[in-house]
Design a protein around this ligand. Structure first.
Ligand SMILES: *[C@@H]1O[C@H](CO)[C@@H](O)[C@H](O)[C@H]1NC(C)=O
Ligand SMILES: *[C@@H]1O[C@H](CO)[C@@H](O)[C@H](O)[C@H]1NC(C)=O
Ligand SMILES: *[C@@H]1O[C@H](CO)[C@@H](O)[C@H](O)[C@H]1NC(C)=O
Ligand SMILES: *[C@@H]1O[C@H](CO)[C@@H](O)[C@H](O)[C@H]1NC(C)=O
Ligand SMILES: *[C@@H]1O[C@H](CO)[C@@H](O)[C@H](O)[C@H]1NC(C)=O
Ligand SMILES: *[C@@H]1O[C@H](CO)[C@@H](O)[C@H](O)[C@H]1NC(C)=O
Ligand SMILES: *[C@@H]1O[C@H](CO)[C@@H](O)[C@H](O)[C@H]1NC(C)=O
Ligand SMILES: *[C@@H]1O[C@H](CO)[C@@H](O)[C@H](O)[C@H]1NC(C)=O
Length: 642
């Protein structure tokens, strides 16, 4: 790995930068030289090799150093950790400290050390007194500690502050509000605390403000609606957590406001008037403690594309003015206390692709206007007070809908036939916690693109139809707590489109399944990580092929009628963290090989017919007595000596 990286870097370094950084004369000023030399001295490992070129007096020729060709002073340091060209990408490292001597470079306009993930130290507290020309400060994705210095407010030419993804503490200095030229303020994923200074509402050129992933408290600045500019948004970083839909391709003229995962409280104070924040494109206020209603002026945010207000304490209705936000593609309002009905006006949101309002107090019926949401792919209305009785017919005809989450929606009767012929193949279906009765239909097998199926907590009574074998993309199958019966083996025969199976999560617990487990581990190379077959009537032995489920982390077969010896091969499932086999009829000794299950954190073998000495050693004999109780024949630590 190391040698491959340096090989890549040889090529990178040989690529001409194409930038003119020549400078005549006898070299750099001694002040610039001292600043750079001390910077280099504080770095003890540089996997990019760039600092090796830092010798002599002609610092303007050094890698990553750029000078003003009039004054000869160093104007830019560009040493980003992540290097990419059309042909190569590489993450390089500089281990060491950010030297405070960087402040000797008095003509510096750009400081880019972004992505050097091992660069430790603090942002020099005097930075504001010494770098008056600084326009761009890129110290993101480093390992910097300490505060954002107060003196930053003196850097009046600053246009961009990228300090995200560090370990910065303290509060955001109010002095930032003086930086009239600032258009990007990215402080996300740090440990900043205290309030958001009201002074940031002074930053009228701000295009992007991202403070998410801190511990900020207090209210959202009342006048934040005064921030209203159009500018380009650079999304080269993982700003949106990788969730940006592919269809959002025009990202010019978008203002980002991220304030999530803090603990902000109070009401959403914007937009207070029509015409405020006309270019706001992405709004994330999720995971806070915001209260009050969703402002009805929200309809004035005409550029809004993606909005999350999820996981707050918002109450009252969803304002019908939301129907004016015509360019919105994603709305997340889950986990609030919103009530009333979904407004009819929602049908006007012709670009909407994702709508999530789960875990609120929304009442039914659903407005039929929703049927005109032609681009809607994902609809999550789980756990509201919908009391739908049945899924509305129009829902089965929505042209793009492929992810449907209607758990706890009061749906009654048979498995909805209208899902058989949806225009877009279903990928995810959650009808758990409803009142479905009758059978799981054979035609389920025709939903061949299904990835996730959750029918748990209903009153379904059939066998698992043999057609499920053709669900070759199925990854998650949750049928727990129904009255399903018959054999379960068909689940382990699910064909896969790939050499490795897709199935990773299977919960068939708390049903009336019976018969033997024979086909387990015989299918395609298994990815099953979670398997729960507990509380059924499964009989006979556990086949040795179970040892082929090498990705398994949680196995629960408790409360069945399984018997015979515990298969030795289970010892091969080294990723196993939970093993629950209690309340069965297993006989024989606990295989000594179980000592290989080093990842095991929970073990329950109680109430079986096991005998002999408990394997002596970690992790097995460290479990409490209750893990082994109810087996008359067992002895040794933690039970009484043999
Ligand atoms: C350097 O000089 C060239 C012309 O000689 C000019 O076009 C360019 O803008 C200058 N660059 C800087 C950074 O001053
Ligand atoms: C960042 O610093 C912490 C100690 O403050 C250290 O444990 C961690 O390994 C460092 N991270 C990197 C990537 O160097
Ligand atoms: C707001 O900006 C003005 C300059 O336009 C400045 O004089 C004032 O101090 C700033 N206010 C705050 C609170 O930073
Ligand atoms: C993207 O948006 C900008 C600003 O709204 C607009 O000028 C431009 O024409 C749009 N580009 C495309 C390809 O739609
Ligand atoms: C749900 O709807 C049914 C009729 O469809 C009605 O009998 C029942 O009372 C409703 N439940 C609630 C909690 O409103
Ligand atoms: C299926 O739904 C139930 C009840 O709604 C939920 O508790 C469970 O976590 C879901 N299963 C999966 C795999 O998400
Ligand atoms: C397996 O399912 C049962 C019944 O549904 C549940 O009580 C148990 O917690 C589940 N086991 C695991 C490991 O999740
Ligand atoms: C465990 O895996 C190894 C290597 O795949 C295999 O040789 C061995 O037979 C397995 N042990 C058991 C008991 O199945």
């Amino acid at each position: 790995m190391g040698s491959k990286l340096s090989w890549i870097l040889v090529f990178l370094i040989l690529i001409p930068t194409g930038e003119c950084k020549r400078i005549a004369g006898e070299g750099c000023t001694s002040q610039d030289l001292m600043g750079l030399t001390r910077f280099k001295a504080a770095i003890h490992v540089d996997t990019s090799g760039r600092l090796e070129t830092w010798v002599g007096r002609h610092c303007c020729k050094w890698d990553g150093v750029y000078c003003n060709n009039r004054t000869g002073r160093v104007s830019e340091i560009r040493l980003p950790g992540f290097l990419s060209t059309d042909d190569f990408i590489a993450q390089t490292q500089m281990e060491g400290w950010l030297s405070p001597s960087i402040t000797l470079l008095g003509s510096l306009e750009v400081l880019d050390l972004g992505g050097l993930i091992s660069l430790a130290g603090t942002i020099p507290s005097s930075i504001g007194f010494h770098l008056p020309k600084l326009r761009k400060l890129y110290l993101y994705s480093n390992n910097l500690t300490g505060p954002v210095p107060l003196s930053i407010g003196k850097l009046s030419r600053l246009e961009e502050i990228h300090l995200h993804e560090n370990l910065l503490t303290g509060s955001i200095p109010a002095s930032i509000g003086i930086l009239q030229n600032l258009n990007r303020l990215l402080l996300y994923s740090n440990r900043l605390s205290g309030p958001i200074p009201e002074s940031i509402t002074n930053l009228t050129n701000l295009v992007s403000l991202d403070l998410h992933g801190n511990s900020l408290t207090g209210h959202i600045p009342v006048k934040i609606g005064a921030l209203q500019v159009l500018k380009e948004l650079d999304l080269s970083d993982n700003l949106l957590g990788g969730k940006l839909p592919l269809s959002v391709t025009n990202l010019t003229a978008i203002l980002v406001l991220y304030l999530d995962t803090n603990l902000l409280e109070g009401e959403i104070p914007f937009p207070s008037i029509s015409g405020e924040m006309p270019s706001l494109g992405f709004l994330r206020l999720n995971d806070n403690h915001l209260t009050g209603r969703i402002p009805s002026n929200i309809g004035n945010l005409v550029s809004l594309r993606r909005m999350s207000l999820a996981n707050n304490r918002l109450e009252g209705p969803i304002p019908s003015t939301l129907g004016n936000v015509l360019s919105v593609t994603e709305i997340y309002l889950d986990k609030n206390r919103l009530s009333g009905q979904i407004p009819n006006s929602i049908g006007r949101l012709s670009q909407l692709m994702h709508l999530s309002i789960s875990n609120n107090l929304i009442e039914g019926p659903l407005p039929s206007e929703m049927s005109s949401l032609h681009y809607l792919q994902e609809l999550d209305l789980s756990f509201n007070a919908l009391n739908l009785s049945s899924i509305p017919k129009w829902l089965g005809r929505m042209p793009s809908l492929c992810r449907v989450f209607l758990a706890g929606a009061g749906i009654q009767g048979n498995f909805p036939e209208l899902l058989r012929t949806t225009p877009s193949p279903l990928l995810e279906l959650d009808l758990s916690f409803n009142h479905l009765t009758g059978i799981i239909p054979e035609w389920l097998g025709s939903l061949t693109q299904l990835y996730s199926l959750n029918l748990s907590r209903n009153s379904l009574v059939s066998k698992i139809p043999s057609t499920v074998r053709s669900l070759c993309d199925l990854g998650v199958l949750d049928l727990h707590s129904n009255k399903l019966s018959g054999p379960i083996d068909v689940v382990f025969q699910i064909e896969s489109r790939f050499s490795e199976g897709s199935l990773s999560y299977i919960d068939l617990s708390d049903n009336h399944f019976s018969g033997k487990i024979e086909q387990i581990g015989t299918g395609p190379q298994s990815k099953i990580g979670f398997l729960n077959l507990s509380h059924n009537y499964l009989i006979s032995r556990l086949p040795g092929s179970i040892g082929k489920l090498v990705s398994m982390r949680s196995l629960d077969l408790s409360y069945n009628k399984l018997g015979f010896g515990l298969p030795e091969s289970l010892a091969n499932v080294s990723s196993l963290e939970k093993l629950k086999l209690q309340r069965n009829r297993f006989t024989g000794e606990i295989p000594n090989g179980f000592l290989k299950l080093r990842a095991l954190k929970e073990l329950d073998l109680s109430d079986n017919l096991l005998v002999g000495r408990i394997p002596d050693g970690e992790p097995i004999s460290d479990f409490p007595r209750s893990s082994f109780s109810g087996n008359r024949g067992l002895c040794g630590k933690p039970l009484s000596p043999c």
